[in-house]
Design a protein around this ligand. Structure first.
Ligand code: FAD
Ligand code: NAI
Length: 472
């Protein structure tokens, strides 16, 4: 068996692993990265990027359909899913090939294969890689586990990507289904459910909890819920998918409702989007003695150290917010630590965006979370409908909401629903990171006419100083 030696080896080239390796390369640490399937991980190949591409296509499709409001007449739009798939594929291909180039350009060795941990020795940790040419052993002082996650399957709902889809299958459809049931009204279910609803699919969302997007700000969720209704998407809450039957020409889903009653829904496809689980099996964690916790997540501290010195873990594999930018930040911290610098996950907020239409973006605490922590609150809200910019781009659904501590006026949370919310939230994240008070947002001059004025006006509204709405 061949053997090589590195100062650091990263397992998994997703948005956690590949930035870790690039940063290690920049810091002159001799590094290899091992990837079994695709450069860029879930995010670039079957997650963030392809989903945002189809979401953009669906939004464009819908906008064209409504252009007559502005005096623009166009023929009724049609969608060619084959063409959409190849455009989406091109976007993914550009980004993933860029990752390989960046890794190589930073002196990182890329090894294609499946890795597992072996027994560590006095000379370092062992990583055994199954490559197309056979097994290869790497001895490394440091190992970064960044193997990510995969979708949960509900028992009885085995993914076949025909009737039962996961997000990967739903992103690869070459036909628009007539009917789709989405199990799980979370990030994936609503982002992709809305895409197909725009393309003409009759979509039903089945959500077990009393609300869709239960972790997001209620005012923001309300705006998206109204849009879903307007689009004809049926949302069933307190409803749990129990079983399904293939009837040949259709699938029939049985759902358990509140109080134990059941209902059946006829559909063509079922998208199961009920969360994700860590890729921690088969990784040799037991051999190397790396501890896992509830749900199989690897346990790591604020410096991303596992219980085994020199073995770190990041990204979806350790749970928490399963978001690409969280994985990347953790990877950057690990790289600094391995290179001997002082670093830790010393952060106040990880912003989150649900790319529904309108988008919901959030940084910091929700109202409920802030109250549960014992804060008295001042809250300012500003509707997009009162923004010149929103009116002039014909996109007025939405609001910005700034939550601060009543006494200190420190900003605790900002929640935005509306067109462009995903880009607007970074200002809020910076404000929270810097411990800003609402006056900091209010006193900052925001360019006019822009959507960002909603954030400033919401901050002003929290202290009764909003100009373009009546302060209450
Ligand atoms: P992953 O991206 O899962 O990468 C892990 C990599 O490790 C994979 O490439 C895998 O092949 C490899 N690997 C696993 N085991 C081994 C092994 N034994 N040997 C070698 N390689 C191995 N997040 C956002 O922030 N914004 C979004 O808009 C967003 N949209 C999403 C849309 C969808 C449809 C999905 C499914 C997810 C989305 N996410 C989004 C979540 C985001 O994709 C993940 O949080 C992110 O990819 C996690 O990064 P990671 O590096 O931890 O793991
Ligand atoms: P999710 O956790 O966002 O939502 C799952 C939903 O399914 C929850 O509301 C849950 O109550 C519900 N549920 C669970 N079991 C159920 C059942 N049997 N019947 C009915 N409902 C049930 O998970 P999702 O949508 O699968 O996404 C996984 C993760 O991927 C997200 O949590 C997020 O971290 C990441 N992601 C991020 C995106 C972004 O940043 N824009 C986009 C897509 C995914």
């Amino acid at each position: 068996m061949s053997e090589s030696r590195y100062d650091a080896v990263v397992i998994g080239a997703g948005p956690g692993g590949y930035p870790t390796a690039i940063r290690l390369g920049q810091l002159k640490v001799k590094t290899a990265i091992i990837e079994r399937e695709y450069m860029g991980g879930v995010c670039l190949n079957v997650g963030c990027i392809p989903s945002k591409a189809v979401i953009h296509a669906a939004k464009t499709f819908e906008k064209i359909g409504h252009a007559d409001t502005m005096g623009i007449s166009v023929a009724k739009p049609t969608i060619d899913m084959g063409k959409l798939q190849s455009w989406k594929g091109g976007v993914v291909q550009k980004l993933t090939s860029g990752v390989r180039t960046l890794l190589k350009g930073n002196g990182v060795d890329v090894i294609d294969g499946t890795a597992r941990l072996g027994k560590s020795g006095p000379d370092g940790h062992r990583v055994i890689v199954q490559t197309p040419k056979g097994e290869h052993t790497i001895v490394a002082k440091n190992v970064v586990l960044a193997t990510g996650s995969r979708p949960f399957e509900i028992p009885g709902f085995k993914t076949d990507q025909k009737r039962i889809l996961d997000s990967t299958g739903a992103l690869a459809l070459d036909q628009v289904p007539k009917r789709m049931v989405v199990i799980g009204g979370g990030y994936i279910g609503l982002e992709l459910g809305m895409v197909y609803a725009k393309f003409g699919t009759k979509v039903t969302v089945v959500e077990a909890l009393p609300s869709i997007l239960a972790s997001m700000d209620k005012d923001c969720v309300g705006v998206v819920a109204r849009k879903l209704k307007k689009m004809g998407v049926e949302v069933m809450v307190k409803a749990k998918a129990k079983s399904w039957e293939d009837k040949g020409d259709r699938a029939v889903l049985t759902v358990e409702l509140e109080g134990g009653q059941t209902a059946t829904i006829d559909t063509d496809v079922i998208l199961v989007s009920v969360g994700r689980r860590p890729n921690s099996e088969g990784l040799g964690l037991d051999v190397a003695g790396v501890a896992t916790g509830k749900g199989g997540y690897v346990v790591a501290d604020d410096q991303l150290r596992t219980n085994v010195p020199g073995i770190y873990a990041i990204g979806d594999l350790i749970g928490g917010m399963m978001l690409a930018h969280k994985a990347t930040k953790e990877g950057e911290v690990v790289a600094e630590i391995i290179a001997g610098h002082k670093a830790a996950m010393d952060i106040r907020t990880i912003p989150a965006v649900v790319f529904t239409d309108p988008e919901i973006a959030s940084a910091g605490l929700t109202e409920d979370e802030a109250r549960a922590k014992g804060h008295d609150l001042k809250i300012g809200k500003f509707p997009f409908a009162a923004l010149g910019r929103a009116l002039s781009v014909n996109d007025t659904e939405g609001l910005a909401k700034v939550i601060c501590d009543a006494k200190s006026e420190e900003i605790l949370g900002v929640h935005i629903v509306g067109n462009g919310a995903s880009d607007l939230i970074s200002e809020a994240a910076l404000a929270i990171e810097m411990g800003a008070v609402v006056q900091d947002l209010n006193l900052t001059i925001h360019p006019h006419p822009t959507l960002s004025e909603a954030v400033r006006e919401a901050a002003a509204a929290a202290i009764g100083e909003a100009v373009h709405i009546i302060n209450r």
